[in-house]
Design a protein around this ligand. Structure first.
Ligand SMILES: [Zn+2]
Length: 257
């Protein structure tokens, strides 16, 4: 059994972009944590920040519980995730506490500033977490990790960078077997139905997710899929650990490095 951390900016991002893959990994018996940088405190035009944050923490915990994952929130705030010294130390501490073998995080290019900042923080915290001299300055600090975890990026929203250029995945995961679970996980985020209608012009976020997941499946001729890229920076693990776990469900598009 391995430890897997899926960490993204806001509640519902992991479910939207990697919920089916997380459900597959749950089925393989792995130990799963879903973390978000913020509790989604700006995701409402009706409730104030603390009211919507309380709703969304519970929605995220309910979604995670569906696949036996724990949920944790780093309690940063929407539109205020910054790639700075204190934030990097905080994310490093989260990594040391969770001690994951493998991390899934947001795309380094994406429409939302929080997604991009979260991605950079997680990438660099993966590198920092095994360095014993890098102190997180927290009283109950966990021990440094033994090694840098395997790191993967989820797709950016709509598979595009901020200027609309296509961001192609290295491989997609066939999630036909867990699509219903993914939809049920995302449906736990019921507060976002109204928000996404009012602010994003999305008629139904569950149908939007289904269209997107079908589009990723269409890349390889399966019904539903999710795309990923493996981060292969110097010193980071290069082997395709996630692809190996998922076996035939992981369908390669770009050559494995
Ligand atoms: Zn988000």
């Amino acid at each position: 059994m391995a430890k897997i951390l899926a960490i993204h900016a806001h509640p519902d991002d992991v479910e939207f972009l990697a919920g089916g893959t997380m459900a597959l990994l749950a089925g393989l018996g792995h130990d799963l944590t879903i973390a978000t940088f913020t509790p989604g405190d700006c995701g409402s035009k009706q409730l104030d920040a603390e009211e919507i944050a309380a709703v969304r923490r519970q929605e995220a915990a309910n979604a995670a519980a569906r696949i036996g994952a724990r949920y944790l929130c780093l309690e940063m705030r929407d539109l205020a995730i910054f790639d700075d010294d204190g934030s990097r130390r905080q994310v490093t501490e989260v990594l040391r506490q969770a001690a994951p073998d493998l991390v899934l995080t947001s795309s380094p290019v994406d429409y939302h500033c929080d997604h991009e900042a979260a991605s950079a923080l997680v990438r660099d915290a993966c590198f920092a977490a095994p360095a014993p001299n890098y102190a997180t300055r927290i009283e109950w600090a966990a021990a440094p990790l033994d090694r840098i975890p395997h790191l993967y990026f989820m797709d950016p929203v709509e598979g595009k960078d901020p200027e609309g250029r296509v961001v192609a995945p290295d491989f997609v995961v066939d999630i036909a077997a867990t699509f219903a679970e993914k939809r049920a996980m995302l449906a736990e985020h019921a507060s976002q139905r109204i928000w996404l209608q009012q602010h994003h012009g999305t008629d139904n976020y569950l149908d939007e997710m289904e269209r997107w997941t079908r589009a990723r499946g269409a890349l390889v001729g399966v019904e539903y899929a999710e795309g990923f890229r493996q981060y292969r920076g110097h010193a980071y693990p290069q082997s395709g650990l996630l692809q190996d776990w998922l076996g035939a469900s992981a369908i390669q598009l770009a050559p494995r490095g």
